[in-house]
Design a protein around this ligand. Structure first.
Ligand code: BDR
Ligand code: CA
Length: 308
């Protein structure tokens, strides 16, 4: 039997959010990551709820040792737009979670700088699940620290796929287009995970029960049931694809594309556009959807298996 891979050291930048919650549960449960902390950003829900949801999810997993740092309360230049129609008024679809067992201390960007400067260069990956405001502030104000990050894996954008907030625009990039453009042009080891693949990683109602089997799996099944809302036949697991790509890149097919972000004031602000002069960016364009769901189920229940 081959030795288990050394866990990857990661920081999760997030706006929970139901699919963010699934991604966080997977990350803390699967044994493939050393989660150094969560940085929060306003997106699906405002910064207070985003931060509180992060703390409460960690409490539910008995992982309040993982620090949470409060990040940007609004995009760089624009007003934000909460997505309560999908994630509920609390960002978590009304899910009952325990109260926080810790507090969010300090602020996100300064903490990111400390983490990146105190770790060996290239040894910490950032998994970005929300609008890219915090990461853009890091890149803009602390380029030397930003250059020390390992991989940056970002859920956002749509290439050949229609958008989910505009005809061509995806929610995370549309919420803070200037941040997305800054991050895409920063010369980092970046992989973008757009709707072109996340829409193909779908849970069907009949699969929800099969995710159960551990604290993380049971909670995840509850969250996905809420994420279905009423009348939907399946739901895409956008943010968990970032975690799955980090540990199972073979599930995905990458292209290198020259892209830019629409930073106009028009209705497609935030849309990704093919732009020959744009920076070459690794973009996941293909995925083994059923394989990804199986990897998710396996990772959520990893702790349970190892205690058998
Ligand atoms: C992205 O938007 C948010 O609603 C989800 O959490 C995900 O990060 C999908 O477009
Ligand atoms: Ca998100």
């Amino acid at each position: 039997m081959s030795a288990p891979a050394t866990p990857r050291r990661v920081i999760i930048d997030t706006d929970p959010g139901l699919d963010d919650a699934v991604a966080i549960l997977y990350a803390v449960a699967c044994g493939r990551f050393e989660v150094l902390g969560l940085t929060t950003v306003a997106g699906n829900i405002g910064i207070e709820a985003s931060t509180s949801n992060s703390l409460r999810l960690l409490a539910a997993m008995a992982r309040s040792d993982v620090p949470v740092r409060r990040g940007a309360a609004q995009p760089l230049r624009r007003g934000g737009a909460e997505l309560t129609s999908i994630h509920g008024d609390d960002g978590m679809g009304g899910l009952t979670l325990p109260p926080p067992q810790a507090q969010a201390q300090g602020e996100a960007v300064g903490w990111l700088v400390e983490q990146l400067q105190s770790a060996p260069a290239g040894s910490v990956d950032i998994l970005a699940l929300g609008p890219l405001t915090n990461i853009a502030l890091l890149v803009r104000d602390h380029p030397d620290a930003a250059a020390r990050m390992g991989r940056l894996i970002v859920m956002g954008g749509a290439v050949d796929e229609p958008g989910n907030i505009g005809a061509r625009s995806e929610y995370n990039f549309a919420t803070d287009p200037e941040a997305a453009q800054m991050v895409l042009g920063a010369g980092l080891d970046l992989t973008v995970i757009p709707l072109d693949v996340t829409r193909r990683v779908r849970v069907l109602p009949g699969q929800i029960a099969s995710l159960r089997g551990s604290r993380a799996g049971d909670l995840c099944a509850e969250i996905i049931a809420l994420y279905f809302g009423t009348g939907r036949e399946s739901r895409p697991l956008h943010d968990p694809c970032v975690m799955l790509f980090a540990v199972e890149p073979g599930l995905f097919g990458l292209d290198t594309l020259s892209l830019a972000v629409d930073v106009s004031e028009g209705p497609e602000a935030g849309a990704l556009v093919r732009y020959p002069d744009g920076p070459p960016i690794k973009v996941a364009m293909r995925v083994d959807g059923p394989g990804a769901i199986e990897a998710l189920r396996h990772g959520l229940n990893a702790a349970q298996r190892s205690s058998c």
